[in-house]
Design a protein around this ligand. Sequence first.
Ligand code: LR7
Ligand code: MN
Length: 529
Amino acid sequence: MRRKEKRLLQAVALVLAALVLLPNVGLWALYRERQPDGTPGGSGAAVVPAAGLGSHNQQKKIFFVGDGQKLKDWHDKEAIRRDAQRVGNGEQGRPYPMTDAERVDQAYRENGFNIYVSDKISLNRSVPDIRHPNCNGKRYLETLPNTSIIIPFHNEGWSSLLRTVHSVLNRSPPELIAEIVLVDDFSDREHLKKPLEDYMALFPSVRILRTKKREGLIRTRMLGASAATGDVITFLDSHCEANVNWLPPLLDRIAQNRKTIVCPMIDVIDHDDFRYETQAGDAMRGAFDWEMYYKRIPIPPELQKADPSDPFESPVMAGGLFAVDRKWFWELGGYDPGLEIWGGEQYEISFKVWMCGGRMEDIPCSRVGHIYRKYVPYKVPAGVSLARIHNVGTGLCADTKHGALGSPLRLESCVRGRGEAAWNNMQVFTFTWREDIRPGDPQHTKKFCFDAISHTSPVTLYDCHSMKGNQLWKYRQDKTLYHPVSDSCMDCSESDHRIFMNTCNPSSLTQQWLFEHTNSTVLEKFNRD
Ligand code: LR7
Ligand code: MN
């Protein structure tokens, strides 16, 4: 062989070897691309990892379909392309440039987020695809169950509610949506009546149901669930935006195991300028503290999935956004219908699913934005929370405005109405089951407690220790706030508005306190000895 030919042959052989052997340029890579995604997120039970590739990391394993079910790329490429071209206010999830006129308190009053800004942004606005890049390669079962989307709402803003519906319709495969059920929890805003019905008449898949009295979000969801016809029910809050390809990854996991309840990753839509952003990170799971506060805490590195885009287990869900097999939801008993207005239902459903042989997962390739409110705008009916503490003698209210930790509590003029003003004036208090008194409504109490060290001392705010003692209070029939350790009562000064302890004298009006809302059951429990 001539020397030149030999060189040529060597070169060809080298290229061939590279094609076959180098994982990311070679035939291997091509082969891998044609394989269905076999990570648990792709099609869990249906795929089996091929043996003998131990020296490579997770991503390089070769998978094959185990039981003949076909997988498919559910991305709507056309919709993605259309979204990418959109320009305008808030498009691509960018912050809306707010003017001072839009920044006013009035814009927030009805919804706890800026409705003026919401109204300026298209109902079909695009959101940034902030999924992990691996999500683009994921394939899901070709045949997926369909779902009813249940959206409870109480006095929701027009554009925020409609954008929720539009985003679902724009970014879900139509064959997977059995229906969208809007469930009105006894709203009184006009736009949610006839105008909403007229508008939704244009969308054949949308139904509107209404409760006959204010039920709270839990029973409202139950009404929607009992009317649902889809294989799966998917709950959303009434101010959400579904992201790219959000639905198939959820339904796929339920198709693999009908006892799996799945949650999308919840992104943040800013309550001021409506920018769309991720939360602290995806490697977090649901948890709660001793106050039953829901929070997300980091997953320890050794427990994290090799592929961060894969589904992972979570002990408790955030609450509002999840999909569940419809029959399984009812096998679990649905929600406890005794749950009022807001909160706690996420623990109930989370504990039940784990205790009844199911599982709960967060799905990083499914993302939905949610507007976290600045404050709670709606009324919680009387009898549910214990709020403002009025002093009978002075007509003033206990207030923590000057309540730096340790400084004496004072009286202030009672703030009327709800919304940010009331919130900032810190006149809302809650008796907790620990028999202490904390600023904040029952769902958002601060960890400071009314504290008194003697029968003549000022009442201050001190870190709650939950050990009763100086933080133990009783609300008595005679309207006094009794402090058992010092055997004295809360009193106040008409001249300088300080709140302090004094020898109990129930006939003194300055020792009588009234609560804006009083729940007799809670108070009875509170005062049980
Ligand atoms: O009386 C009411 N009736 C209702 O129908 C009060 C509220 N609602 C509706 C309301 O319109 C909304 O669609 O119920 C839904 C939830 O109420 P929000 O949006 O005022 O509350 P939130 O965003 O703080 O809700 C979180 O916590 C709730 C109580 O535990 C529910 O679980 C919500 O679904 C939950 N939201 C989410 O999980 C989204 C992620 C943010 C968080 C936390
Ligand atoms: Mn919400």
